[in-house]
Design a protein around this ligand. Structure first.
Ligand SMILES: Nc1ncnc2c1ncn2[C@@H]1O[C@H](COP(=O)(O)OP(=O)(O)OP(=O)(O)O)[C@@H](O)[C@H]1O
Ligand SMILES: [Mg+2]
Length: 317
């Protein structure tokens, strides 16, 4: 892969973004006025937060962007020192090229330590006249309240199927691929509203063949096809814990899935499973949400997934 398609097809202006209507409308207003308050973008991966931050900055600053933007990935520079040194240094110097303020973009700000966030809170207030912050995060709950209250908060949603389809087809056309409806649907299905994931899946598949099919997408995207997941649920019902547990391990290995991917894919499969009652589906959904949460919090993958299998088996007995 010479160039990542997610970068090549990243919208450069807010107006080119797909979906996120409520967000895009409000940001468009800022572009028109040429100014904005401190902003906090929260939401799941691949839904346009980094894209929106850079696009808004570009819309507002145009030519003078480079001189007035400090971009930091808070996952790499998460401590107090980075905030004190880099951020404060940049914030205290005057805007350049006729701009009225500067922008500090703290990408993935939920990785900042509490100390760092505490320091940030002062800087945001002290230099608010000449420096605006844009912060992005997956979980706004990891951002301390005083920072949240200094920001206009924007919530990004997983993209809708239609918006995903439109962008997949746009990229496919631009890259000279042949793709049918089944394959497009498979990409939508595996991506769960994450457009980065969708475009990456398309690029990986395209590395194998310029004709994109459903089979190729599942083969190359580290995603279990629906029928395989249905097979696991059926094993829970008919074969019991040990065989079902082995089957789940096998699926993880064979398709190279992370625990949270599996839980989320499985959750979606529940909707179309014919042999479960509504009541069971509701209960399983609650359990899967719990397991997903624990996995995100760092719970051991094998134990959590075994707990899930045990629960499903008990419910389906
Ligand atoms: N709303 C969107 N419209 C058009 N393209 C998008 C949109 N959201 C994501 N993309 C595509 O997906 C890629 C990744 O998006 P982006 O970097 O904005 O995600 P993010 O929300 O910042 O995710 P993360 O939480 O992982 O940082 C972009 O480069 C772009 O190609
Ligand atoms: Mg991002």
């Amino acid at each position: 892969m010479s160039e990542l398609w997610v970068e090549r097809h990243r919208p450069r202006s807010v107006s080119e973004m797909k979906g996120q209507r409520a967000v895009v409308d409000r940001l468009g207003g800022y572009s028109e006025k040429g100014t904005f308050p401190h902003l906090l973008f929260a939401g799941p991966p691949g839904t346009g937060k980094t894209t929106a931050a850079l696009a808004l900055a570009r819309d507002v600053f145009g030519e003078t962007l480079r001189q007035n933007l400090l971009e930091m990935n808070a996952s790499d520079e998460r401590g107090l020192d980075s905030i004190r040194n880099k951020v404060k240094q940049f914030a205290r110097t005057a805007p350049l090229g006729g701009a009225t303020f500067k922008v500090i973009f703290l990408d993935e700000a939920d990785a900042l330590t509490n100390d760092a966030q505490g320091a940030l809170r002062r800087i945001m207030e002290q230099y608010a006249e000449t420096c605006r912050f844009i912060m992005s995060c997956n979980y706004s709950s990891k951002i301390i309240e005083p920072i949240q209250s200094r920001c206009a908060v924007f919530r990004f949603r997983p993209l809708e199927d239609e918006q995903m389809r439109a962008q997949i087809l746009h990229v496919a056309k631009h890259e000279g691929l042949e793709i049918d409806e089944e394959a497009t649907d498979a990409i939508v299905h595996i991506s769960l509203g994450d457009l980065r994931k969708a475009i990456t899946a398309l690029q990986v598949a395209a590395g194998m063949d310029t004709v994109i099919t459903r089979g190729l997408i599942y083969e190359t995207s580290a995603t279990a096809p629906p029928e395989v997941l249905q097979g696991y649920l059926l094993a829970c019902k008919e074969d019991g814990f040990q065989p079902a547990r082995r089957r789940l391990r096998q699926i993880l290995d064979e398709f190279g899935l992370a625990g949270t991917d599996l839980v989320n894919q499985l959750h979606r499969e529940l909707g179309v499973t014919s042999f479960l009652t509504e009541e069971t589906k509701l209960e399983l959904t609650e359990w899967m949400a719990e397991i997903d949460h624990r996995l995100v919090q760092g719970g051991g993958e094998h134990l959590q997934l075994d707990a899930m299998t045990a629960r499903i088996c008990a419910l389906l007995k």
